[in-house]
Ligand binder design. Sequence first.
Ligand SMILES: NC(=O)c1ccc[n+]([C@@H]2O[C@H](COP(=O)([O-])OP(=O)(O)OC[C@H]3O[C@@H](n4cnc5c(N)ncnc54)[C@H](OP(=O)(O)O)[C@@H]3O)[C@@H](O)[C@H]2O)c1
Length: 345
Amino acid sequence: MAGVAHSRGVARLRIGVFGAGSIGCYVGGRILAADAADVVLVGRPRLRDQLAKHGLVVQDFTGPRAEVPTARLQVATASGALAECHVVLVCVKSQHTEDAARELAGVLRPDAVVVSLQNGVRNPDTLRAHLGERKVLASIVTWNVIAVDGVYRRATSGPLIIERAPAALVEAFEVGGIEVVQRDDLGPEQWTKLLVNLNNAVSALSDVSTATLLLSPGYRRVIAALVEEGLAVVRASGVRPARWNGVPLGLMPKILRMPTAIVKLVTGAQLKVDPAARSSMWQDLDARRPTEVDYLNGEIVRVAARAGVKAPLNARVVELIRAAEAAGVGSPKLSADALWQQLTA
Ligand SMILES: NC(=O)c1ccc[n+]([C@@H]2O[C@H](COP(=O)([O-])OP(=O)(O)OC[C@H]3O[C@@H](n4cnc5c(N)ncnc54)[C@H](OP(=O)(O)O)[C@@H]3O)[C@@H](O)[C@H]2O)c1
């Protein structure tokens, strides 16, 4: 990869972002703000117009804002702009991965490295199926981003966990202020992230911030039940998910059911949360866009069917999210009790 040449000072690393939205603009913006590489953002025309109007600002809730100089911003609405990129970060939602893969196959250099920055467990394989010999790396974005008018604010703490990546790319992330953890195999951690992400739908259905969900025994009861069911399903399929921040996943439902003071102690030590943080599924419902539910709670339902076990709670969550998408009025704002009843009636 030419990025290796970059680390020897021969060529500057050129990174493309395909599907520039919350994650793509935050990660691309961090790299650009630090001038750690050239970055081309490929997104919808509305993103191009928004960046032209407001510029691109990245911010950590614990740190200062960084504005990307306009001269560095390269924004396009078609994948052809990625033709010369050494690395492409795929940041579309999972339901768009197949289309993205077909499109990228027609434009990328044969030696381009492609990184999936997406949630869900199947995106890297979907990309590999279309991208031939190109190297495709899985990664896990452990933090949350809130996007408002060109300001991309990271709202929770955590590293980018990535399959062993070229040194020049790791350097670009790190110079951009993104902590990187490399692994040989991300499979067990991707399942762990999926199980943790089962709470995204609770955020979307409740209209409640991540911090408030954690402080509410009622919503924690719902999340605990979804994770417990999901974990049983994943284990039944023969997968052993990795620990989450050092905690065995089997303990998570037990911790969530403990009194709030103990939950605060345990999660507060591991996770910093912006009071405004909400899941990307909430953001999708709010913007009247289709959600990724089929690839999160829906993945549990699919794996359950294959393993010959049941996942009624996660199946019901998929139905509730589908109904909310169809209603087109944003979150149904279910109270913890109403949500529990909807899931268990
Ligand atoms: N947001 C978070 O805090 C967060 C945290 C961790 C992980 N993730 C994961 O990161 C991934 C990206 O999430 P996100 O929140 O960044 O999504 P997002 O804000 O919806 O950004 C994706 C963007 O890509 C656009 N897009 C889709 N297909 C395209 C195409 N062919 N050409 C150009 N643009 C295209 C989408 O437009 P349309 O909306 O018009 O389709 C959307 O604007 C997801 O898998 C998500 O689960 C997100």
